[in-house]
Write a protein that binds this ligand. Structure first.
Ligand code: UGB
Length: 618
């Protein structure tokens, strides 16, 4: 490490070659005294920081000899932040100042654009059209690649673990990552069987992690043998974090845990595009003859119920971009799929994020802003960030843009003066903003279906969930699990099974429908046709019942279930469950999320399952 031999402050200043040396002597005396500790590259970084108005980072620096390693470590961090952001930290700070000024001024990012409801495919679960799209999608699946964005901290949820390790439901305790991998493997197996071995046989799976989630994601995969997937089939790409900003002048935030570090946070799920491009993964998939890239998020236990039909729509309609959507309640924390038409004639179909929809509507002739229509829902389909891109046009576009996505800033202000932040903010980018740079000729559409089929997100901690506007979904671990039971119950009903109505119960202050706890492995019921083909005669399930089907070749024949039935998979052997099954079953017991004697992943749901009695098959 080059230590400078030059002594005096004046020399240091000259080393900095900064205009108005004198001011600096006053402004950053502490830095100047410590300059001899720094390498020439670090001095250059110091210069850039001073020129970008970041002298506050050095205010508290002690004399040389104290914390010198920490001082150098700050510059190592600055070097990383500078190299991992296109254009470096100076460009990051410059862009931040512009966006923060716009945000403070309440500038409408869609100025000149008029919103309207776009056209797309609206599917009804289980009808013939839905089944046809499902079949088409399953055939296409072998030419797909899946991308899970899982770099988010989950600040709203407040769960200490990584979100993909959370059980999507506690009847089997299957975590989200396990469910996603088993669903991809079930799609792979069926799609390749239908293709009689022609073409790709393994569906690749990429996971975007961040410093907050990477190691624990690797640990979860390795300690569970990748949940049955070949390790070579899984690719992890890690997004870098960006610097946090303390105020409207984009002053970099000092890490509250260490005054020699800049606080950082993930840059948003939009990083996935530049990472897939810069890592070469996308080109690899393209050259391997893959046609589709499917993006999804970390805590939606129902998404694979919707993916086959949506992929079928993409293939049938030839969409370059296809967003899954569900009916959205006004003020619900999901974006609205919107067609924007500019005065100059430009149009685009994009997601307008939930914090931007209301100001856009108020600014374009909708004085009430983001409100429900007579349907009881917002007229704009709700974006659930399950995106399907056709790989050819996608790679072509990324070759032009490098995957850079337009950024935004969403500071949480202390008050309406917008002069101070509640907590530090950062520039973010969203994966669903990709279509913003596409030419008007691009085929951009959406596939909408009922929320009970496709959307059971787990985002909010129990306290915040209990506060959502009445009638709006809780987006909590409680509603996430209960919606899975509802979806499976309604799917069986659609297949002809008499499933009792739910009962209403309150857990952690949230009133939810409690349907029978029905869960099956993707290999048993990947599509509606699969489920329908494995149910025969008069089947019925009472509300207090639990049914778990793990065996792919399990058939229910005249089953009347009142209790708990567990059908295990024994080497794929066929299992037939016939006639009445009755026992004490599994019960649900309330627990409070403040009761720390209960494991966190259970108490955030507000209930635990007691396994009293069950019938095990085969
Ligand atoms: N994520 C990352 O991988 N990296 C990051 O830096 C940040 C997040 P949130 P959000 O589900 O219905 C999105 O925080 O961003 C991952 C859409 O924008 O759960 O508030 C993270 O791990 C919104 O339109 O959601 O809202 C997670 O998997 C709507 O679709 C994913 O990105 C909403 O999701 C989403 O992060 C939704």
């Amino acid at each position: 490490m080059a230590t400078s031999t030059v002594g005096s402050t004046a020399d240091s200043l000259s080393k900095l070659h900064i205009d108005g040396g004198d001011d600096w002597e006053a402004a950053v005396p502490n830095l100047l005294k410590n300059l001899p500790l720094l390498s020439p590259e670090q001095v250059e970084l110091a210069k850039m920081l001073l020129e970008m108005g970041q002298s506050h980072l050095f205010e508290h620096w002690p004399e040389p000899g104290v914390d010198d390693d920490e001082k150098r470590e700050l510059f190592n961090q600055v070097a990383r932040l500078n190299s991992s952001y296109p254009g470096g930290l100076a460009s990051y700070i410059k862009t931040a100042r512009e966006l923060l000024a716009d945000s403070k001024a309440g500038k409408n990012p869609y100025d000149g654009f008029t919103p309207s409801v776009p056209s797309g495919e609206i599917l009804t679960f289980g009808d013939d059209t839905f089944v046809q799209y499902e079949d088409a999608g399953v055939k296409e699946a072998r030419k797909a690649a899946f991308v899970l964005v899982a770099g988010g901290l989950g600040e709203r949820l407040g769960y200490n673990g990584i979100k993909v390790a959370l059980p999507s439901e506690t009847t089997t305790g299957t975590c989200f990552l396990q469910h996603y991998i088993e669903s991809i493997l079930a799609l792979q197996e069926t799609s390749c069987r239908l293709a009689q071995g022609d073409g790709p046989t393994e569906i690749p799976f990429a996971i975007m992690t961040s410093d907050d989630t990477h190691l624990r994601t690797v640990e979860l995969l390795e300690s569970n043998a990748y949940f049955g997937m070949k390790p070579t089939q899984v690719k992890l790409v890690k997004q870098e974090k960006v610097a946090c900003l303390d105020d409207n002048d984009a002053r970099l935030a000092v890490d509250p845990r260490n005054k020699y570090r800049i606080q950082t946070k993930p840059h948003g799920h939009g990083d996935v595009h530049s990472l897939l491009y810069s890592s070469g993964v996308l080109k690899e998939w393209h050259d391997a003859g893959r046609r589709w890239v499917l993006f999804f998020q970390d805590t939606n236990g129902l998404l694979f119920k919707a993916i086959p039909s949506a992929l079928g729509v993409s293939a049938t309609k030839g969409y370059h971009v296809n967003s899954l959507a569900v009916p959205r309640k006004a003020k619900e924390a999901i974006g609205g799929i919107t067609k924007l038409t500019h005065q100059d004639g430009r149009t685009m179909v994009i997601n307008v994020e939930y914090n931007q929809l209301d100001p856009l509507l108020r600014a374009s002739g909708h004085p009430d802003g983001d409100v429900n229509s007579e349907t009881g829902y917002s007229p704009f389909p709700g974006n659930i960030n399950q995106l399907i891109f056709e790989i050819g046009p996608y790679l072509e576009e990324l070759t032009k843009t490098g995957g850079a996505i337009k950024e935004f800033v969403n500071p949480k202000y202390k008050d309406s003066t917008k002069t101070a932040f509640k907590s530090s903010t950062r520039l973010e980018c969203m994966m669903q903003d990709y279509p913003k740079t596409l030419p008007p000729s691009a085929r951009v559409g959406f596939t909408a279906m009922d929320a009970w089929v496709a959307y059971a997100p787990v985002k909010n901690n129990p306290e915040d969930a209990a506060k959502v506007p009445k009638g709006n979904p809780y987006h909590s671990a409680t509603s996430g699990e209960m919606t899975i039971y509802k979806a499976n119950s309604l799917t069986l009903r659609k297949a002809g099974v008499k499933v009792d109505d739910p009962v209403l119960q309150v857990f952690n202050g949230q009133e939810v429908e409690v349907w029978p706890r029905i869960v099956w492995k993707p290999k048993w019921g990947l599509t509606f046709s699969d489920v329908r083909s494995k149910v025969r005669g008069n089947c019925s399930v009472t509300q207090r019942s639990t049914m778990v089907i793990k065996a792919p070749n399990c058939h229910l024949v005249d089953l009347s279930l009142d209790g708990a039935l567990i059908v295990d998979d024994v080497d794929g052997t066929e299992v037939k469950v016939v006639g009445p099954v009755q026992n004490k079953g599994w019960t649900i017991e309330s627990v409070d999320y403040t009761d720390t004697s209960v494991p966190e992943e259970v108490r955030i749901r507000g209930f635990k399952i007691n396994k009293i009695e069950q019938l095990l098959k085969p």
